[in-house]
Ligand binder design. Structure first.
Ligand SMILES: [Zn+2]
Length: 119
């Protein structure tokens, strides 16, 4: 095998270094783009969770109103319809209400309970 003169080897080495830099930049941009777009749904989740919890608070108020007027806690979400129209969870979850010594506990199948999230 004939050894290549230095003049012919240098451009090849420079090309490899430049190629490596391009790959590094491409990887960095890709990671940045992924972070940007993957980050969006989680921000959206935070917004829908906030809205869902705010609706849970409304349902809790309705449950308190029901208990005050009827003298007993609501048995189900349907009992609260006269006090507050059943809101729809922004993520399509289903609400349910239970009652304990502490009062009403509203739970969403998608977001869980606002009260438990605050503990
Ligand atoms: Zn929800």
């Amino acid at each position: 095998m004939e050894r290549l003169p230095d003049k012919q080897r240098k451009p090849v080495a420079a090309g490899v270094v430049a190629g490596g830099a391009v790959v590094a930049i491409t990887v960095a941009v890709t990671v940045w783009l992924l972070g940007t777009f993957v980050g969006l749904p989680s921000a959206n989740d935070a917004a829908t969770t906030t809205k869902c919890f705010s609706q849970q608070a409304g349902l809790e108020k309705a449950a308190w109103a029901y208990e005050a007027e009827q003298g007993m806690p609501p048995g189900s979400l349907a009992d609260l319809e006269a006090f507050a129209p059943a809101p729809a969870c922004p993520s399509g979850g289903t609400y349910s209400v239970s009652w304990s010594e502490a009062g009403p506990l509203v739970t969403c199948t998608e977001h869980g309970s606002r009260q438990e999230a605050q503990r």
